[in-house]
Structures are given as C-alpha cells and as structure tokens.
Design a protein around this ligand. Structure first.
Ligand code: ATP
Length: 242
C-alpha cells in the first residue's frame, strides 16, 4: 500500500484556501510526519484523505489522492475506511457517555468480519492494557492520555493499513506523549503505515522516518526525520529551542 497525495488544493467556503498544492507519499509500512503551526492546514490534509472534509464545509478543488492505485479523491468516508484508512481526529472525540468497550465496538461497526474484529480487539488490549482494565468504565472518566489511547484503539478496530493521527500529543504530559510515541512505533511495527500530524515535533520526529513542514497550505521543507530534527528553522519553530 502507498498513499500518494498529488498537488492537492483545498478550500473552505469561497474564501479560505487551506491547501495550495500539497504533494506527499506515505510508503508501505512507513511513518511520515507533517509538522506545522496553527492553521497551516495539517488537519485539512487528513480530512481530505479520510473523506471527512465535505461535512466540514471544505472541498478539494484540484489534485488527487491515491491509495494502492485506487483514486480516493471524491470517495465518501465509509468507503475510504473500507479500503483500509482510519482517521483519529484532533481532540480525540471519544463517546464520553459510552463505556470503553462500546467506544471500541463503534469503531468496528463498518467491519462485518467478526473474527477480524475479535483479533483487532485482542491487538488493542495488548497495545493498551489500560483499555482492557477499564473496559466497563465510561469514556468521560478516563484521563486525557487514556482517552487518546481509546481514540487510537477505536480507529484500529477497522484493522486499517494506514492510520491518520491528528495531534495525538495535544494537551498531554511529556511522559504520556512518550508512551503514545512508543505505541505508534509498535502499531507501525505490526504492519500499519502512519501519517502523523503534529505541532509538537519532538515525538513526531523521533518516531517518523520522513517528515514535511506545512506552512500556510504549502510544503516548505521535506526530508528524513533525523535531518529535519537537526535543521535550525525546525528546531527554532517546532522543537522549542534555537
Ligand atoms: P490546527 O492545529 O490549529 O488545527 P491546522 O494546521 O490543522 O491547525 P487546519 O485546521 O487544517 O490547520 O486549518 C487550515 C485553514 O483552514 C485555517 O485558515 C483554518 O482557519 C481554515 N479552516 C479549517 N477548518 C475550517 C472549516 N471547517 N471552515 C472554514 N475554515 C476552516
């Protein structure tokens, strides 16, 4: 599987052009990070890939999104999930009144293969033992880090080949961010490619192999994650030191 985004241009309403010709590739089994400040267009990129852009008032004006040679550019979210792409949106958005187990079940609704769902749940409980311990607890009672784990677990119920992660570290303590980074690495090691969007670049550049910097709707810098971590501009803007 390879995700190829080519020259993508996206607008909201008539006025706001959020992406201005973005191209990038997520190779089979890779972790690719996209960094950028507030409003750079990072969430818009993931929404375009998962097909959720339209319900938020956005539209793809030009460019293409291909997955395994299949054109996803104008497909609806359900058919994109069926093709193996799951999206963990910014802000977690778990169902607070539902239990942990019910949240996970909601993530598997589009998947009719019971054996695959049982295997996905076992995988999630191995990755996140806390979700097994708290299976009967309401989502709202989990800590921020646990809610992020539940949001990732819910997406994994679709047994995706590509996981889209929107700022998983947002609002979490450094120790928890480190744990999330280790889990992203493990998910990838098990065969799921990852497109990781982050404003806080430290964890993202540690786990990714390649990274891109998005700057007001355009890719301004691309390279190996290690090289970007050494880049002066990246260090000053996204790593919090000069
Ligand atoms: P953040 O981390 O703040 O979410 P981002 O890099 O993810 O930033 P986007 O959310 O993709 O950026 O926003 C890119 C641009 O599109 C911004 O100018 C934003 O105001 C605009 N935008 C985002 N969502 C919408 C929407 N639903 N309707 C109108 N404009 C939007």
């Amino acid at each position: 599987m390879t995700l190829t985004v080519d020259n993508l241009q996206v607008a909201y309403g008539g006025a706001v052009r959020a992406l201005r010709g973005v191209s990038l590739t997520v190779p089979d089994g890779g972790i690719v990070a996209v960094l950028g400040s507030n409003g750079a267009g990072k969430s818009t990129l993931l929404r375009a890939v998962s097909g959720t852009l339209r319900r938020l008032g956005g539209r793809i004006e030009s460019g293409t999104i291909r997955f395994d040679g299949d054109d996803l550019t104008r497909r609806d979210p359900a058919s994109i999930v069926r093709r193996g792409i799951a999206h963990v949106p910014e802000g977690r958005r778990i169902f607070g009144r539902l239990t942990v187990d019910e949240n996970l079940r909601a993530g598997g609704l589009g998947n009719r293969d019971r054996a695959a769902k049982a295997a996905a749940r076992d995988r999630i409980h191995d990755l996140f033992p806390v979700l097994a311990e708290r299976r009967a607890q309401r989502g709202a009672l989990l800590s921020g880090g646990e809610q992020q784990m539940l949001a990732i677990g819910r997406a994994l119920m679709a047994a995706p080949r590509l996981l889209l992660l929107d700022e998983p570290s947002l609002g979490l303590a450094p120790r928890i961010i480190g744990q999330i980074g280790e889990i992203v690495t493990e998910i990838n090691r098990q065969g799921t490619a990852v497109l990781l969007i982050e404003q806080n670049a430290t964890m993202a550049l540690r786990v990714a192999s390649e990274a891109h910097v998005l700057d007001v709707g355009k890719v301004s810098l691309s390279g190996a994650a290690d090289d970007l971590a050494d880049n002066d501009d990246v260090r000053r803007l996204y790593l919090g030191h000069s």
